[in-house]
Design a binder for this molecule. Structure first.
Ligand SMILES: Nc1nc2c(ncn2[C@@H]2O[C@H](COP(=O)(O)OP(=O)(O)OP(=O)(O)O)[C@@H](O)[C@H]2O)c(=O)[nH]1
Ligand SMILES: [Mg+2]
Length: 283
């Protein structure tokens, strides 16, 4: 992760986000649909408080379709609104904006009663690094484009982006930290690329990933690399994949690090399949 989180920094970030939150009517909380719990901020409920919010299950194109629906049901049971989003391909945006209108209806009426007609509904995006905040801002603003200039905000740099009708988005999203002290969470973040390979070396990460994928289903690795996985050690499976892929160093040995990078990279790009690593049943 590019940001060094330390208690003082976390406190400041939280305070600055809370200030910005007073400027908006609704919050989009972005999580990674493949790891909806690991990719959320541990203090998110306290930070957002009573503001209307929508949980955006982003990168839903990389996650298992059935589990996408299961996660939506899971959140629905908890009274949390969620929408499946693919920010790269601008999928789910209509549903998101419709829900935004619905959840801010009271606010709109309240403003009308006060005689304020022109005031747009304002939105802020929150999420951990790499979850897709900038991509979402781009795909939301592509529709209407124009920045609406400076308005008084917490920092002078705050810009509002007009996204549709009377909806405006704060152009600087709130960057939050994940629950990185949890080992499982750390692994999930490393698998999906949210932590740039610094938690573990690439070789161990690949071993852990192959192990995890085989736990979910033996089909993923088997189908992608045409290797036997049943009853096999993940280390041996990776060696086998290396041979198949011709990832060798001189002398005919498998270049373990190279195969490891290939597997991790292909997983992150969704080439091994649409795979959800974290499932509601495990909670
Ligand atoms: N497949 C897929 N990739 C996505 C999606 N959204 C974002 N990405 C990719 O995820 C990576 C990170 O996206 P960003 O938009 O830069 O994430 P961010 O939250 O702004 O990250 P920071 O600015 O570091 O906090 C990029 O490579 C995006 O192309 C999505 O819905 N689907
Ligand atoms: Mg960004």
């Amino acid at each position: 992760m590019n940001i060094n989180w330390y208690p003082g920094h976390m406190k400041k970030t939280k305070e600055s986000i809370k200030k910005n939150l007073t400027l908006v009517d609704i919050v989009y909380e972005l999580v990674d649909a493949r790891i909806p719990i690991s990719s959320q901020n541990p203090d998110i409920d306290e930070i957002i408080g009573e503001k209307p919010r929508i949980k955006l299950l982003n990168k839903s194109d990389l996650a298992d379709q059935n589990f996408n629906l299961e996660w939506q049901n899971y959140f629905k049971e908890k009274g949390i609104h969620s929408v499946l989003i693919d920010a790269v391909h601008s999928k789910g945006l209509k549903e998101l904006l419709d829900l935004t209108y619905k959840l801010t209806e009271n606010k709109r009426k309240q403003l009308l009663r006060k005689g304020i007609k022109k005031r747009p509904i304002r939105i802020m995006i929150l999420g951990i690094p790499n979850v897709g905040k900038s991509t979402l801002i781009n795909s939301l603003s592509k529709r209407k484009g124009a920045k609406v200039g400076n308005k008084p905000g917490v920092t002078k740099a705050n810009q509002w982006i007009k996204i549709k009708g009377d909806l405006e988005l704060l152009d600087t999203p709130g960057i939050l930290w994940p629950k990185f002290e949890d080992k499982e969470v750390g692994l999930n973040l490393a698998f999906t690329g949210a932590i740039k390979d610094e938690l573990l070396d690439i070789d161990s990460l690949a071993v852990k990933l192959v192990e995890r994928l085989n736990l979910i289903s033996s089909e993923y690795i088997k189908n992608r690399y045409k290797v036997e996985v049943d009853g096999k050690d993940p280390h041996d499976i990776i060696m086998e994949i290396g041979k198949k892929r011709g990832a060798m160093i001189s002398g005919g040995e498998v270049d373990f690090s190279r195969v490891s990078s290939i597997i991790i990279d292909e997983f992150r790009k969704g080439k091994i399949g649409r795979i959800t690593l974290e499932r509601p049943v495990d909670l």
